[in-house]
Design a protein around this ligand. Structure first.
Ligand code: FJE
Ligand code: FE
Length: 408
């Protein structure tokens, strides 16, 4: 795969117009029926001796006779006499018991495996942090301040992701009329409000916790401006589209904060913007398969989140500090992006005294060439030339661009 972004394509140029199964030990003995227990006698004295503390722990009188009995207590499946009468029918009892127990057992393990998002670590290959970069503040749009993480020079090719900005904007700064082609923009508000208007008459305001998932496809021209007093803060993620989707009809998915699935458990609060966590799936349709989870961990909390193995994934820390991937790792703090290595899941621990908030983002790589010129992202230079041409002359999806001007 080659990644081509040349010359002035490196930054975002200013607008040309103003424009498991969980590795839980199988505690099957705990759920086996008592009649199985009759089938054998525990001959391993050491194993039986280990049971003594059980009596002590449970406050039962640890009488000698009792312990003695216990050491002779028949145990599961060991040394049974195959010639006894009861032994001849007992295999059937075992079979019936196993069949009766199979469905509840399967349910039990299914529950455990769905718990693996947050329960004890159960990853075959835990993902570790392979790169940590501070997203420094820079200016973009019209006087807006952004902390660019993905998309900065040292973090350019995290396929399918093109950019992640944490933006903090106070009026009159903002992102006035500009085009997009060939990818999706995901705007998730953390504080304040943003109003967007587009050339097709689509308009809306998103507030803290709200989401706009815009699939620009063949073309959108819009403005994105702050709508509340003071600081308006959020995350904007750019996800590439595969060559077959780049010229699709544009589409919006807008969710208000209360429509975004949220799970709160054991000091963990997760908002499931895209993908799945704690067995809960987001209704957002991701043209390029994507996971986007907003986690807040209270002090002492931890999470163990599955991530598909073949996906690229990273973390952006919004607030606080935490241990990512390895409990003995150095803590990582806010405004850092952590690129994750290969593996099937991520563990995070908050051993600090403050809440930790971070976005976990993953996506299926497209493995295609990327040619980017600011807000046009295509596969070849010729397609970029075509995008400029279409935008300038109002063609192939940009028909409404010629006359339109936002009202903000
Ligand atoms: C931009 C093209 C753009 N980061 N974060 C070129 F599309 C943009 C742009 C944004 C943007 C918008 C929001 Cl709401 C949040 C953003 C880039 O609109 F700034 C340039 N220079
Ligand atoms: Fe935009």
């Amino acid at each position: 795969m080659s990644l081509i972004r040349g010359g002035m394509n490196r930054g975002l140029p200013s607008f040309s117009r103003k424009a498991d199964i969980i590795q839980t030990q199988c505690i099957i003995l705990h759920v086996l029926p008592f009649n199985l227990v009759e089938f054998g006698r525990r001959t391993n004295k050491a194993a039986c001796r280990r049971q003594r503390p059980f009596y002590k722990m449970n406050g039962l009188p640890a009488k000698r006779t009792r312990i003695k009995n216990m050491t002779r207590r028949p145990c599961a499946g060991i040394n049974f006499n195959p010639h006894s009468r009861s032994a001849s029918i007992k295999p059937f009892i075992i079979l019936i018991s196993v069949f009766c127990l199979l469905p509840p057992c399967l349910l039990f393990f299914h529950d455990l495996s769905s718990m693996a998002d947050h329960g004890a670590p159960s990853f075959e290959k835990p993902r570790l942090v392979v790169k940590k970069v501070l997203a420094k503040s820079q200016e973009d749009g019209d006087g807006a301040s952004v902390r660019r993480s993905i998309g900065r020079p040292e973090l350019r090719n995290l396929d399918p992701f093109l950019m992640l900005d944490e933006f903090t904007v106070s009026a009159p700064a903002g992102f006035p009329d500009h085009p997009h082609r060939g990818f999706e923009t995901v705007t998730y508000m953390l504080k304040g409000a943003f109003t967007h208007q587009d050339f097709a008459g689509h308009e809306g305001t998103i507030r803290a916790g709200d989401l706009q998932w815009m699939t620009a496809g063949r073309g959108i021209v819009h403005s994105e401006m702050p709508a509340a007093d003071g600081e308006n803060q959020g995350l904007q993620l750019w996800i590439n589209l595969s060559s077959k989707d780049k010229m699709m009809e544009p589409r919006y998915q807008e969710l208000q904060s209360q429509e975004i699935s949220r799970v709160e458990k054991d000091g963990v609060d997760v908002r499931i913007i895209a993908g799945e966590s704690f067995g809960v799936r987001s209704p957002v349709y991701t043209q390029t398969p994507t996971m986007f989870l907003d986690f807040t961990l209270q002090p002492g909390a931890e999470i163990h989140q599955r991530i598909p193995e073949s996906w690229n994934a990273f973390v952006y820390i919004v607030d606080g500090e935490g241990l990512f991937g390895d409990p003995s790792a150095a803590p990582a703090a806010s405004h850092h992006v952590l690129v994750l290595g290969d593996g099937d899941g991520l563990s995070v621990w908050n051993r600090s005294e403050r809440p930790l908030r971070f976005a976990l983002i993953g996506g299926q790589p497209l493995k295609e060439t990327v040619v980017q010129h600011g807000p046009f992202v295509m596969n070849t230079h010729a397609e970029i030339q075509q995008a400029f041409h279409d935008y300038q002359y109002g063609m192939n999806g940009f028909e409404r661009a010629r006359k339109w001007k936002s009202q903000q």
